[in-house]
Design a protein around this ligand. Structure first.
Ligand SMILES: CC(=O)SCCNC(=O)CCNC(=O)[C@H](O)C(C)(C)COP(=O)(O)OP(=O)(O)OC[C@H]1O[C@@H](n2cnc3c(N)ncnc32)[C@H](O)[C@@H]1OP(=O)(O)O
Ligand SMILES: O=CC(=O)O
Ligand SMILES: [Mg+2]
Length: 567
């Protein structure tokens, strides 16, 4: 049963079969499964409920503050450094020392919490694997619960996967990457778990269940006494980091482990957050292990933050790379900030993936990755992200060529020159042109990505690039912005206004998608629904906050039976 736009409550059936045993006030509305019940234990749910009850008002307040900041930006204000926290930016403090287990993070692979991919990623030769409940995952009940099971098996070291079609059994190597887990952002609800009559906060469910089941094993086998380790996405202000810090304190207390055991890297992937990097590290100073340049969401956030500023329109998505002044400034300031505070400055994701059937295109893609990673390591980043196991060797070589045997560059590359970077540098308009092909590609990619997401895949290869929620957001908001301000496509000499052609472009690109994927797949897939959601968002008079918030309503499935034993 699909709860379209409703999180619709389903009347409890009188006959109770296979119900989850839940604590007071908790109601599970997702499908019952005996395997899921091993994750959704009463104690683990009690921990999640405790987190929810303690932090829900803080989270609501933080979300209200985001709205208030948005209102100000929409009225013409620009984000900038906060005079009230100058003392933090100028103060001489450092974060807790980096735990030895994660001193060397020169290459990190990322991927959704899918069973085979977890094994492949842990075996990939990367130093770290970031297991993703966020940009790379479509957060269906099945994906989330199976993801928790997979991670538990991975931390226990027992995870296997039997690919019967290929007669191949996957299991862990002796040496594996260190595991980091990325929960969802603060804004996403978990509509299959209600606490005190409200959907739970998605990230507290992801964090709480993973932490509860794995902290002890993780610290023994992976963390050398530290951990578990996390990545924290999409924050806009240090008050949100402060909530995470309190969540970690509470989790450590519950587990009876030392304060500072849990460590997290915060993604700087919203424009407002670039002005809060010191403040974010300061709030998390006992729990921090660095910042990361989440470049794709950062570009998305540039459009979102400036949605009311017609003088800040983006050129084609393909032209907004790390060499644009505002992107380079962001990476440089992040390195300077992290190294000053004694933690890792992680680079970001190049979207290229191996191209199997075209050696020339493959070499060109690898060369782009190589260049991107060379720029990162020379600038002073301590590590980088790879989207695919086939890229690990190349990224590793680039970082090792510069870093040699040193685990990181925290002490050796201080980037004091970046202290001169100004608000103007960080906000400088991206340069480039807008083309019909840019519009077509955004449309084609956005719709196909969303169709995949609605059917359970949160990261997909499209036109030889990795696409996930962050990259698809750029496609969406870029079209929205161009339509909103009646942009003329200036890059190909056509001079047409986007508004005059968008309807036709959508029709033509849908026809092209059908040709490319084949009639059968097109019919069985959710391309039409994706097209409807995507075009509605692109043409909305006010910008939707997130593509996935609206789309989430399409993947919420409330089980028709009462699956919690207590209501
Ligand atoms: C903006 C951001 O947030 S970036 C971080 C979030 N995004 C991501 O993490 C995306 C990660 N990457 C991916 O999901 C994948 O690489 C994709 C979807 C882009 C491409 O995947 P595929 O189409 O399966 O690629 P391909 O067919 O070349 O895969 C070859 C093998 O590598 C595996 N593989 C590919 N990417 C990964 C990965 N990231 N982690 C683990 N294994 C992987 C495949 O499972 C496959 O394994 P097999 O040979 O044992 O069957
Ligand atoms: O999460 C990473 C990003 O680039 O977005
Ligand atoms: Mg992101």
């Amino acid at each position: 049963m699909i709860g379209l736009g409703s999180y619709g409550y389903t009347a409890p059936s009188s006959k109770k079969i296979n119900a989850y045993d839940v604590p007071q006030g908790v109601d599970i509305r997702g499908r019952f499964d005996e395997e899921f019940a091993k994750i959704l234990t009463k104690d683990a749910l009690q921990f999640v409920a405790d987190l929810q009850r303690e932090f829900r008002n803080h989270i609501k307040y933080a979300m209200e503050c985001r709205k208030e900041a948005k209102r100000r930006y929409n009225e013409g204000a620009l984000p900038g450094f906060d005079p009230a926290t100058r003392y933090i930016r100028e103060g001489k403090w450092t974060c807790a020392p980096v735990p030895p287990a994660v001193a060397d993070r020169r290459v990190e692979i990322t991927g959704p919490v899918e069973r085979k991919m977890i094994i492949n990623a842990l075996n990939s030769g990367a130093k770290v694997f970031m297991a993703d409940f966020e940009d790379a995952l479509s957060p269906s009940w099945e994906n989330l619960m199976r993801g928790q099971i997979n991670l538990k098996d991975a931390v226990e070291g027992t995870i296997t996967f039997n690919d019967k079609a290929r007669n191949r059994v996957y299991k862990l190597n002796n040496e594996i990457a260190r595991l980091f887990v990325r929960p969802r952002g603060w804004h996403l609800p978990e509509a299959h778990i209600f606490i005190d009559g409200e959907p739970a906060t998605g990230c507290l469910v992801d964090f709480g269940l993973y932490f509860y089941h794995n902290y002890a094993n993780f610290r023994n086998t992976q963390g050398q006494g530290f951990g578990p380790f996390f990545y924290l996405p999409k924050m806009e202000n240090s008050r949100e980091a402060k909530i995470w810090n309190s969540v970690f304190d509470k989790a450590e207390k519950m587990a009876g482990i030392e304060k500072g055991s849990i460590r997290a890297t915060v993604l700087i992937e919203t424009l407002p957050a670039v002005f809060q990097m010191d403040e974010i590290l300061y709030e998390l100073r006992d729990h921090s292990v660095g910042l990361n340049c989440g470049r794709w969401d950062y570009i998305f956030s540039y459009v979102k933050t400036f949605q009311g500023h017609p003088d800040r329109l983006l050129p084609d998505r393909g032209q907004v790379g790390m060499t644009q002044h505002f992107m380079r400034s962001y990476s440089d300031l992040l390195i300077r900030t992290c190294h000053r505070r004694g933690v890792h400055a992680m680079g970001g994701m190049a979207a290229q993936i191996p191209i199997r059937d075209d050696p020339t295109a493959n070499e060109a893609a690898f060369e782009l990755v190589r260049k991107d990673k060379q720029r990162e390591v020379k600038a002073g980043h301590d590590g980088t992200w790879a989207a695919h196991p086939g890229l690990i060797k190349t990224c590793m070589e680039v970082f090792t060529n510069t870093m040699g045997n040193s685990p990181n560059q925290i002490e050796t590359v201080k980037r004091d020159d970046a202290s001169n970077l100004t608000e103007d540098d960080l906000l400088q308009r991206p340069r480039g042109v807008r083309t019909m092909e840019g519009l077509r590609l955004n449309t084609r990619v956005g719709i196909q990505y969303l169709a995949a997401w609605l059917t359970g895949s949160g990261s997909v290869p499209l036109y030889n690039l990795m696409e996930d929620a962050a990259t698809a957001e750029i496609s969406r908001v870029q079209i929205w912005q161009w339509l909103k301000y009646g942009v003329e496509l200036d890059g190909d000499g056509l001079g047409v206004r986007v508004n005059h052609v968008f309807g036709r472009v959508v029709e033509e690109e849908m026809a092209r998608i059908e040709r490319e994927v084949g009639k059968e797949k097109f019919k069985k897939g959710m391309y039409k629904e994706a097209c409807k959601i995507f075009t509605r968002q692109c043409t909305a008079s006010t910008l939707d906050e997130f593509l996935t918030l609206d789309a989430y309503n399409y993947i919420v499935i409330h089980h028709p039976k009462d699956v919690s034993s207590k209501l």
